[in-house]
Design a binder for this molecule. Structure first.
Ligand code: KG4
Ligand code: ZN
Length: 340
């Protein structure tokens, strides 16, 4: 009889509930995407997201339990993302989790959304080695995190301006590809030449593991504007492919530099952008050359989902690291900081 945790994730635009057993077995992982609702606005509208979470969450939880073949009495704990994310959206999940923990008299576990992204890798590879270096690339974050044991995080670098996913979304908008931008750029890039346009790569000053994507973003937008002014045809697929390669080059170069400098035993990828196949292939190539394993979750576990929260929660469960029923949501919660 394993430890069965119901996990809830409502930090952005996916309403998700999962049942994860012993941190490894996904008994259910229901993800109800609100993408269609937000698409007509060209991005996530926070108020709309909160309202949708409220409408969807009970049904999504019921579906997760049904798929796991469990009722509420079969649960050992309930876990929830309490930050970072959209305040109103987070609060819906936090309120639901607190209610369940109180009513069922089981422990409540608070999980940092970024920690969840990191732990999606433990679902893919439960025996992954410490210390590891994880590149978290999502819509709001581009972080290099070093970890020596469960629950331990040291931030080695992060973006000074746009997050990698944000850059994908903004360039997708400039190319009229709609929201969310990452998957649309990846698809279009398959038909393009990634060497066609030499967009800049910002490696910043020697020794830093920080990132910057705003220069690249401006370069792409200027390229499109100049082409428009000159009336010259733009091969959007070449723009998408060249942009994607510029992002991937910087991410892979910096990550492996950092991995070597901190003597990591493995490199992990996490977050929505980690679903990108070009990025994964480039990381695999570097890893093979350096004999350093690279681990990445399957795409469905890279983008927001509750299974990753259930996995991270399991290690907190083992440590007896439970949250009080007064738990709050923290939109700007940093990784590694415990706030209730
Ligand atoms: O982790 P995530 O689902 O949500 C956040 O926590 O932000 O990441 C969403 C981000 C979006 O910016 C989206 O465009 C990007 O991940 N993304 C991708 C791909 N799939 C999602 N970026 C590049 N290639 C993809 N295949
Ligand atoms: Zn996320």
């Amino acid at each position: 009889m394993g430890v069965k945790i119901l996990a809830i994730e409502t930090s952005c635009d996916e309403t998700s509930a999962a049942v994860v057993e012993d941190g490894v077995t996904i008994r259910a992982n229901i993800i109800s995407s609100q993408i269609a609702v937000h698409q007509k606005f060209g991005g996530v509208v926070p108020e709309v997201a909160s309202r949708k979470h409220l409408e969807l969450l009970n049904g999504v939880i019921a579906e997760a339990l049904a798929e796991a073949g469990l009722d509420f009495a079969g649960l050992d704990a309930v876990a929830v993302t309490h930050g970072p994310g959209l305040a109103g959206a987070l609060l819906v999940g936090v309120a639901a989790a607190k209610t369940l923990a109180y009513a069922l008299d089981i422990p409540l576990i608070a999980v940092n959304h970024l920690e969840g992204h990191v732990y999606a890798n433990f679902l893919a590879e439960p025996a992954l080695p410490f210390p590891f270096l994880c590149l978290i690339v999502s819509g709001g974050h581009t972080d290099l995190v070093f970890s020596e044991y469960h629950g331990n995080y040291r931030l080695l670098g992060s973006t000074r301006d746009d997050a990698a996913g944000e850059a994908f979304d903004k360039i997708a908008r400039a190319l009229d590809l709609g929201y969310p931008g990452g998957p649309a750029i990846e698809k279009l890039a398959e038909k393009g030449d990634e060497e066609a346009i030499p967009f800049p790569r910002a490696y910043l000053e020697e020794g830093t593991f920080d990132f910057s994507f705003s220069g690249l973003k401006t370069a792409v937008i200027n390229y499109l504007r100049q082409a428009g002014e000159q009336g010259s045809p733009v091969r959007k697929a070449d723009v998408a492919a060249s942009f994607q390669k510029a992002v991937a080059d910087v991410l892979v170069e910096k990550t492996f530099q950092a991995a070597v400098s901190c003597r990591a035993k493995a490199v992990l990828l996490a977050g929505g952008v980690a679903a990108n196949r070009r990025l994964r292939a480039l990381f695999q190539l570097y890893a093979d050359r350096r004999m350093l394993p690279v681990i990445y979750p399957p795409p469905v576990l890279c983008t927001d989902n509750a299974a990753m929260i259930g996995c991270a929660a399991y290690y907190r469960f083992l440590r007896g690291d439970f949250a009080p029923l007064t738990l709050n949501a923290f939109p700007g919660l940093p990784l590694g900081e415990e706030r209730y």
